[in-house]
Design a protein around this ligand. Structure first.
Ligand code: ATP
Ligand code: MG
Length: 573
């Protein structure tokens, strides 16, 4: 059974408690903050949502509805919980929109596009359920206030948070535009300030609403236009440049507490956006120039989101090497947001917060923001660790490039590690030959850690592709390496392979060898395998002996419980 699972990657059955050791520590480190932030609300503390009202749903599809997060132009947004405990935001679409066929068709299409957007300073779009009575959109729940709330409650952002906000929004727009999506509605209520950085939400979906003139005519429903680009009023082609304009306006708002084209009636704001220049007084000089070019009237003259990002990161015109941008964004957010000044005050439940509309005037002046000057600094070398970070951020192309570069280097640690991780990546992408070659390179390096791991990986891959002799040889190599973790794992894998081939004597020997290793995970797992084999062979007595032996070892006690359950079940089969 377990031979059909890659023990180093995922989906390991309960009796195969193997993990892919050095990937997860890195990912955990990279994502720990995010996980901590998102689990906080789930860990007993009252989720920051207002109570449900009469008539609100208590369940939407597979989601339990916990409370209200807010209400916008498209409908009410609820806090929900998925079956696996994950918190989500459920945006229930207003009935008049939902009943419009044109809207629904376009909405579906925009949601599909939004699902392709990389999860980088954005909130993931999970799914949309448009068929039923109350159609809704499901996105990742981001704990934290919106930028609009934060500024209304606490005034302009402090310098380091403003820098993080500018970079995070530019990174989000880069990801959104890279997926071929234009946000069209970037504004302070669509930027959430999480513990680990800003997250942009609601990308693309405004389009579904705006295409239908009968729906846009209800002007007051459209929400505030204070952050829209001139071309969104003049009927010219709306492209990614409109989002860059909005980026400039939102950064100005965050730094000064004022929308740069003021508030008031739609027509007045629209006139100022089309004809007047942005009021950036109070915005720190280091951001002002970039905000000025971002808010050029002519979309052609604005930088792209990627250019914004590079300039914020202090990279020269040549741009950084593939993948460096994301790492630099991560570093900068960590420095400015996580370790810097607190990003924002805690959010208020709906109803209790001051109802300042987008673009409302807040008091206070923008503090000085300092931009890092990294120009002239040497680029960091591509390493296996860089590849792992990029893989964690979902940038598989970047990760592959980093792995290849590092694997070709003569770094005695990073090269074998990169080769093995390249193998794992290529295997996941269906390139088996490439994966085999990469694993072989890692094995050939003789690296004390990476080579045995790669041998196990190779064994698994070859077994899956039917090259059983090759798999046996690879596992053998890992067993012979004597590696503390990998040798027992390989012994057990080899045992499973022999069992599969009907070579039960060898299987038994290998399971016993793995049990003797006393490896905290492999030994009990091997015991479970051995028990299962003995039971299958009708040797209930032998199975019981193994079980008793295992149960006598306190370190295996927990696993032994599981084995005990396994025993009668197998017997009853
Ligand atoms: N993914 C999310 N995580 C956490 N809170 C969210 C999420 N999505 C929305 N919210 C909350 O729900 C509120 C309402 O969102 P919604 O997008 O409907 O309105 P809006 O952005 O204020 O206005 P508009 O509909 O005009 O864009 C937001 O202000 C925010 O507080
Ligand atoms: Mg919104």
């Amino acid at each position: 059974m377990a031979a059909s699972e890659d023990p180093t990657r995922k989906g390991a059955p309960p009796d195969v408690p193997l993990t892919r050791p050095e990937v997860w520590p890195v990912r955990r480190a990279a994502l720990a903050g995010a996980a901590a932030a998102s689990s906080r609300a789930a860990d007993g503390a009252a989720p920051p949502a207002a109570p449900l009202r009469n008539g609100d749903p208590h369940r939407l599809g597979a989601y339990e509805v916990l409370g209200r997060l807010g209400e916008g132009g498209m409908g009410v947004v609820y806090l929900g919980r998925a079956a696996d405990g994950r918190l989500v935001a459920l945006k229930v679409i207003r009935a008049d929109l939902a009943s419009n066929e044109e809207f629904t068709r376009r909405f579906q299409r925009e949601v599909q596009a939004a699902q392709r957007v990389a999860r980088f300073c954005t909130a993931q779009v999970i799914e949309a359920e448009l068929g039923g009575e109350a159609p809704y959109l499901v996105t990742e729940y981001v704990p934290g206030p919106t930028l609009r709330e934060a500024v209304a409650d606490g005034g302009p952002l402090p310098a380091s948070s403003l820098e993080g906000l500018a970079v995070g929004m530019a990174a989000a727009l880069s990801a959104i535009h890279a997926a071929g999506v234009v946000h069209r509605d970037l504004k302070p209520s669509n930027v959430l300030l999480s513990q680990v950085g800003p997250r942009v939400i609601d990308f693309g979906i405004a389009r579904a609403r705006d295409v239908t003139t009968s729906l846009t005519r209800a002007g007051q429903r459209m929400g505030t236009p204070a952050f829209m680009a001139p071309e969104q009023f003049t009927g010219r082609l709306v492209s990614a440049a409109a989002d860059v304009f909005a980026w400039g306006s939102v950064v100005a708002f965050a730094g000064t507490g004022r929308a740069p084209f003021g508030g008031g009636p739609l027509a007045a704001v629209a006139y100022r956006i089309v004809h007047d220049s942005a009021d950036l007084s109070g915005l720190d000089d280091s951001l002002r120039e970039l905000v000025e070019t971002a808010t050029e009237k002519d979309p052609e003259r604005r930088p792209s989101a990627q250019e914004l990002l590079l300039r914020l990161l202090g990279h020269g015109a040549a741009g950084p090497r593939l993948g460096d941008t994301r790492v630099a964004v991560g570093e900068l957010l960590h420095r400015t947001w996580v370790e810097g000044e607190a990003p924002a005050p805690p959010r208020h439940p709906e109803g209790a917060r001051p109802g300042a509309p987008d673009g409302a005037t807040a008091t206070g002046t923008g503090a000085a923001a300092t931009m890092p000057d990294r120009a002239g600094e040497p680029e960091p070398p591509a390493t296996a660790d860089l590849g792992l970070l990029l893989e964690a951020a979902g940038d598989l192309e970047g990760a592959e490039a980093a792995y290849r570069e590092a694997a070709a280097s003569d770094d005695p640690d990073q090269a074998p590690k990169a080769a093995r991780n390249l193998g794992l990546l290529l295997k996941d992408r269906g390139d088996q030959d490439g994966a085999v070659a990469a694993y072989r390179q890692a094995i050939a390096s003789g690296h004390p850690d990476q080579a045995p791991k790669a041998a196990n990986n190779l064994g698994f891959l070859l077994a899956r592709t039917g090259d059983l002799d090759g798999a046996v040889a690879a596992y053998r190599w890992a067993v012979d390496s004597g590696h503390r973790d990998q040798a027992p794992a390989a012994a057990r894998n080899l045992g499973l392979l022999h069992e599969q081939r009907g070579e039960t004597d060898q299987a038994r020997r290998l399971y016993r060898w793995a049990i003797d290793s006393r490896h905290p995970e492999e030994a009990p797992a091997a015991a479970a395998n051995l028990v299962a084999l003995l039971v299958a062979e009708g040797d209930a007595e032998g199975a019981t002996t193994v079980f008793r032996w295992v149960a006598a070892h306190p370190v295996y006690g927990h696993e032994a419980e599981a084995n005990l359950r396994l025993l009668p079940r197998r017997q009853g089969d």
